[in-house]
Design a protein around this ligand. Sequence first.
Ligand SMILES: [Zn+2]
Length: 347
Amino acid sequence: MDLNESVRTPASWVVVGLDNGGTCNNATVLDATGQFLVEHMTESPSRVQEGPELAVEALAEAFASVLDLTSTPLTLVRAVGLDTPGPASAGGVISSKGSTNFSQVAWRGFDIRGALEARIGLPVVYNNDANAAALYAHHRHFGASAMQRSSVAAIVGTGLGGGVVEAGRVIRGTVGMAGELGHVQIPLHGVLEDGQPIPQCNCGFAGDVESIASLTGITNNLLPYWLGRFPDHPLAAEPVAKAAKQLRGYGEKEDPLALSVFAQQAKAIGKLFTIAANFTDPSAYFLGGGVVEAAPSFRAWFLDLVREHTQLRREQTAAATFALVPDLDMAGARGAAVAALESVRNA
Ligand SMILES: [Zn+2]
């Protein structure tokens, strides 16, 4: 993958990208010309459940082994990009309330960025995983013109992650909470059915994007409602959390209940993108998450529905693109590396 073909010179230095997840770390190396030196996943255990100390050690090991894999001398590394699941501050301090991935008490308020920087003795640039994926999608899509373009990305998973990129850089906000697109409240007219209860989000909001367009939203809100309308559906016999995970498979087979649920998700994301259109007027709208891995016809149906429910002005329709976030399993590490590369270029 080439980010910047026009300025290719022999690589004089590199950055490393480290994606920290609930079970695995993934690592990559990006050279000064924007070329990734790793084609595939390089997974190793993240050990986050064993607490911060062992997890930072696991990141240091992932760092050393990706250098080994690519025969890159340590002396060529200028910076390291790190991404983790949130919530965390813009500077990589895990939320004091803890989080799903960082459940141990020792993680609360832990500065994972600073700890890794101290451990490996190189500057570490932090992003949350959704921002890193958004950044990668942006740079991959726009290539050499990335620094002149803007985009928004919505990534549907357990929650709804997002990222806002302006002139090639992630908007972080004052305390790192910019781009929390899942908790943007949207107009529900045209999304919900008559009489459908207002979906509730774990964050305390009602009717935000995540309350609809996430696995949690399906489990807590959409599936219970739609099963009430399809009482004889085979999923009615399953526990709701298990049924929610099976729903995409039904969607790929054009099951009416599943399509009703996913249509509501696509409409909700369309409403979100309509807000984005009036907020940053981006050049591209990216969609990522499980839907990217779905069967091509289902994926195309979903993206078309998102596009159809995003109300753009005529000039915007002519200029903007809708696309899927590519290489989602590698997008975190690659986006983290892109952020590190930019920080070196601008140092
Ligand atoms: Zn919320």
